[in-house]
Design a protein around this ligand. Structure first.
Ligand code: PLP
Length: 397
């Protein structure tokens, strides 16, 4: 099929939830992608912060090939080994005592939502089911996760959503304190708001949320779906804040591009959950869990995390050298970077693509860079130089 045929059939056959640029991608290798016309692209988006190990990592391919030759799916009704081995890794390297596996970020948050509600009802009675979430926060698109997501464009067509969620300004602890009621059971927050424009939480804010949760017997739920698993240069984004949550959700990079979600919880949270309370046909399948073991073992290596930290510093310095006429601010933690412009970035995303660089936006005015974590400094320079070439075009808009 040539690209035009793909475009025509997509338009005809798919529910129109996405607007895609014209290349049709056929394969990837490391930090590079290739389209059906033989063009090469440097990938500064990593499948939206998913491909920590890049495209077609040989060790990852070998693990899933081996697993597919043995057992891909059997459902959660039966025992298998890979999910236990993955859960062991996650528990050994985090605050958590137990894990629930699903297939996506939104599902990981959906499980967190249900577990927190059940915990609230069990500890505080049937009224203790409300949650606090944040302005510009993004937690997914299913009805529970969407109820925690702030953006009106995503929410309004589907109302009524799940009741009991109050949105409070991000990085404003006093506003959270004022929004608490006897019905509140949990606070849900991204340590770095990703989709909302790459806004890191301040240290005092996350620490303040931890204290508010402790003082008021609430659960702190950290959504590390975009910022966790090495993206910020530590295994968990919350390490930089010196706190731990009661629930943490993971997804994007965990299985290296295969669908997975994980909801990590303390024993205290898990103790209220019984057989039958939640479930998932595909979650914790042997194939994805073998893939995730490979990813986890690599991204949790101190040398891997050191490289993310030094490469992120290198990238930041390189970005600061860009002519700043339209750049309002560069925000970053590790290899999650947002460049805020004083005008929409869509034309910049398009001209970068035409020059062989894949970047994405986070909202209208923020260019988001979240490359595979294996990227090296030459490749970072290459991408920044392409951005530099694109910037004069922005002037002429
Ligand atoms: N939470 C955060 C912080 C995210 O960035 C995303 C996706 O961008 C989600 C949840 C939803 O994840 P998924 O698209 O896998 O459902």
């Amino acid at each position: 099929m040539n690209p035009e045929e793909v475009h025509v059939l997509e338009k005809k056959l798919l529910v129109p939830t996405y607007q895609r640029p014209s290349p049709v991608f056929t394969h990837g290798e490391g930090v590079f992608l290739f389209d059906s016309e033989g063009n090469e692209y440097l990938d500064f988006a990593g499948g939206i912060a998913v491909l920590a190990l890049g495209h077609s990592d040989p060790e990852w391919i070998s693990a899933i090939t081996d697993q597919a030759n043995n057992l891909t799916h059997i459902s959660n009704l039966f025992h298998t080994t890979p999910h236990v081995e993955l859960a062991q890794r996650l528990v050994d390297h985090s605050f958590a005592d137990r894990v629930f596996f699903s297939n996506s970020g939104t599902e990981a948050n959906e499980a967190a939502f249900k577990f927190a509600r059940k915990w609230g009802r069990t500890k505080g009675g049937p009224e203790k089911t409300d949650m606090i979430a944040f302005v510009n926060g993004f937690h997914g698109r299913t009805c529970g996760a969407l109820s925690l997501t702030h953006k009106a464009r995503y929410r309004e067509p589907f109302q009524p959503l799940v009741p009991g969620v109050t949105f409070v300004p991000f990085n404003d602890q006093e506003a959270v304190r004022q929004a608490l009621t006897s019905r509140t059971c949990a606070i849900v927050v991204e340590p770095i708001q990703g989709e909302g424009g790459v806004h890191p939480a301040s240290k005092s804010f996350l620490q303040g949320l931890r204290s508010l949760c402790d003082e008021n017997e609430l659960l702190l739920i950290l959504d590390e779906i975009q910022c966790g698993l090495g993206r910020t240069g530590t295994l968990w984004a919350h390490e930089a804040y010196g706190i731990t949550p009661d629930i943490m959700t993971l997804a994007k990079p965990l299985a290296g591009g295969l669908p997975i979600g994980a909801t990590l919880v303390t024993e205290e949270v898990s103790s209220v959950i019984e057989v039958g309370d939640h479930g998932c046909t595909f979650g914790a399948g042997p194939l994805v869990c073998r893939a995730a073991q490979v990813v986890f073992d690599r991204v949790s290596q101190p040398s891997f995390l050191n490289a993310v930290r030094s490469n992120s510093e290198y990238l930041l310095q390189a970005l600061k050298s860009l002519p700043s006429q339209h750049i309002l601010q560069i925000r970053s933690m590790g290899l999650l970077v947002g460049i805020e412009f004083d005008l929409p970035v869509k034309p910049l995303v398009q001209s970068a693509l035409e020059r062989g660089l894949i970047v994405i936006s986070a909202g209208e005015n923020v260019l988001r860079i979240c490359p595979p974590l294996i990227i090296n400094q030459d490749q970072l320079t290459q991408g920044v130089e392409i951005l530099r070439e694109c910037l004069p075009g922005l002037e002429s808009q």
